[in-house]
Structure formats: C-alpha cells, structure tokens
Design a protein around this ligand. Structure first.
Ligand SMILES: Nc1nc2c(ncn2[C@@H]2O[C@H](COP(=O)(O)OP(=O)(O)OP(=O)(O)O)[C@@H](O)[C@H]2O)c(=O)[nH]1
Ligand SMILES: [Mg+2]
Length: 197
C-alpha cells in the first residue's frame, strides 16, 4: 500500500456521525498509551497527524483520517486506563464497541499491544469481542525498540501461548514507531484486507 495523501477528516463521539462516504475503514485499537496514534503517524509518514501524548487516555473520540482520498483510518480511544472514572470508562467502551460491531465499512482492526507487557483481561475481552463479530485482526507488538532481540523472541512466544487459537503468524507483526520496524509489514497486511475482494 502506497500512501499518497493522508488528512485529518474529523473527530466523532459516535460512529453514527460517520461521514457516510462509504470508504472502507481500518480501525486502530489498544490500551491507553500503548502507541496507537504513534503507529498511525509512522505508517503514514507523518509526524503529528494523529495526536500523541505522554499522558494516557488522550484520544477520547473516534478520529477519522482520509487516506489516498478513498480509505478511512480510525484512531479509537484507548481502553484500560485505570485513572478515569467509571462513567467515562462506560462511555468509552460503548463508543468503541458500537463502532466495532455496527460500522458497515470496517474491514479490519489493527490491535496494538506493548511488546513488554503480557496480554491483559481487557485485551482478551476485546479479542473475544472481535472474534464474535468476525472482524479480522492484525496484531501489532509495538515499542520493540525498548527491548533486546532475545526479549522480543521470549515475549512473542509468551503472547503466542496466551493467544492460543487466535494466534496467526501472518497477522503478528513486531513494530516500533521509533525505528519504523514493521512499518511495511503493517501496511502490506492492511492492504491485503482492504483489497482482498
Ligand atoms: N520508544 C517508543 N515509544 C513509543 C512507541 N510508540 C509510542 N511511543 C510513546 O508512547 C507514548 C504514547 O504514545 P501514543 O501514540 O500517544 O499512544 P496512544 O495509544 O495513542 O495513547 P492514547 O491515545 O492516550 O490511548 C508516547 O510518549 C510515545 O512517544 C515506540 O514504538 N517506541
Ligand atoms: Mg492516541
């Protein structure tokens, strides 16, 4: 997939505010602060298109980006951030879940995990949820620049084990927004899901 143009389109509190262009969509999900926005910027070759921050839980809306004038990338709010109130958590959860199960143009989800961490219950719940709606998932293990190759190998094996049946080598990518490792692999996989039919 070659990125020719990438533009911020809009922020929405609900997918129902969806612009309605009928473009195929790719959604980026993962825990708060895991590096979703950084990943989007990296694969789009843009430094600050998706807003990143060192404070977790900054992305609180669905942020739509138009790619090549015919695709939407959607940066979703992160889950699992302990310091937000229960009601805020509920609203976030509903926003993300409604989007994932009802958005008709969603082609695949890029699920971002921190390579240094184990899969949490929140991740597992999301994985089950995506599976129950038959949504294809690309697993991206990010922040790989923070660990040694040995550690990457070990963590990958652990994640593989905890994913069990959900593990799929073709959809399991080691990534870093810093070194850009895995950038082409992520784009290639997205391309496969967007243009497979
Ligand atoms: N070293 C390193 N740092 C990263 C990488 N990706 C993201 N970060 C850092 O992690 C922090 C969070 O990154 P974001 O991209 O804002 O994460 P997010 O998942 O969009 O966060 P929320 O929108 O708040 O949920 C920032 O300080 C980034 O610079 C990476 O691959 N390597
Ligand atoms: Mg973000």
């Amino acid at each position: 997939m070659i990125i020719k143009t990438a533009d911020f389109f809009k922020s929405a509190a609900s997918w129902k505010d969806y612009p309605g262009e009928g473009f195929p969509e790719v959604a980026f999900v993962g825990k708060s602060n895991v590096g979703k926005s950084s990943l989007i910027n990296t694969i789009l070759n843009r430094r600050r298109l998706a807003k990143t921050s060192s404070r977790p839980g900054r992305t609180q809306l669905l942020n739509y980006f138009t790619i090549n004038k015919n695709i939407f990338f959607v940066d979703l709010p992160g889950y699992g951030y302990a310091k937000v109130s229960k009601s805020v958590k509920k609203t976030w959860g509903r926003m993300v879940e409604d989007y994932l199960k009802d958005s008709e143009n969603l082609r695949c989800v890029v699920l971002i995990l921190d390579i240094r961490r184990l899969i949490t219950d929140a991740d597992h719940q999301l994985i089950e949820f995506l599976r129950s709606y038959n949504i294809p998932v690309i697993y991206v293990l990010t922040k790989s620049d923070k660990v040694s190759n040995n550690e990457i190998f070990r963590q990958k094996a652990k994640l593989k084990k905890s994913l069990g049946d959900y593990y799929d080598e073709d959809n399991f990518i080691i990534f870093s927004a810093l070194s850009k490792r895995g950038k082409e692999a992520v784009l290639g996989r997205i391309d496969d899901f967007l243009f497979s039919d």
